[in-house]
Design a protein around this ligand. Structure first.
Ligand code: PNS
Length: 160
């Protein structure tokens, strides 16, 4: 039984994340999307909002669940019994940082392996930061995030 985690901030979830979730859910038995509760980070959406947005978009994927964690990823993985980390690689620029995290997590717990999926070319430029930058100027984000998120994202900037 291969249980994997796809960890991240998901602030907000993008089409790029969804692509990685759909593809990785086909290669592992169970996939947990682990939403980081990073209180130091000034996130646009609260932890509960991020978790429920991801649940909404993954409800039809039978082997996918959504959880949240703070502290170390390796500790959360032990708690839920996951041994595989899924991360998406968009470009070479992601690689150095991702390699460092993968290797340090493996040193912390040698039973943990990281699997990298190369991002679909269609989304290779996309990040939550890009979504927020365009949304903050009321730009078009319809190619970046699911349609039902668009107004929720704009509303966050109207309230600021
Ligand atoms: O969406 P992000 O911000 O690229 O995700 C980064 C994440 C959540 C994978 C990483 O920051 C993480 O695992 N944080 C938890 C703390 C931890 O385990 N740190 C050691 C490895 S960096």
């Amino acid at each position: 039984m291969k249980k994997a985690i796809y960890p991240g901030s998901f602030d907000p979830l993008t089409f790029g994340h969804l692509d990685i979730i759909e593809r990785s859910s086909k290669i592992v038995d169970e996939l947990v999307i682990g939403v980081l509760n990073n209180s130091a980070k000034n996130s646009l959406f609260s932890l509960d909002e991020r978790v429920s947005m991801i649940k909404e978009m993954t409800k039809d994927l039978p082997n996918v669940t959504v959880g949240s964690f703070d502290g170390l990823l390796v500790d959360y993985m032990r708690e839920i019994g996951a041994t595989i980390i899924i991360r998406g690689l968009r470009a070479v620029t992601d690689f150095e940082y991702e390699l460092q995290i993968a290797q340090s997590n493996h040193v912390q717990d040698p039973s943990i392996e990281t699997i990298f999926l190369t991002t679909n070319l269609q989304y290779s430029y996309l990040s939550s930061t890009i979504v927020k930058e365009f949304a903050s100027y009321k730009g078009d984000i319809s190619k970046f995030v699911p349609a039902q998120f668009i107004d929720r994202i704009y509303e966050k900037y109207e309230k600021r």
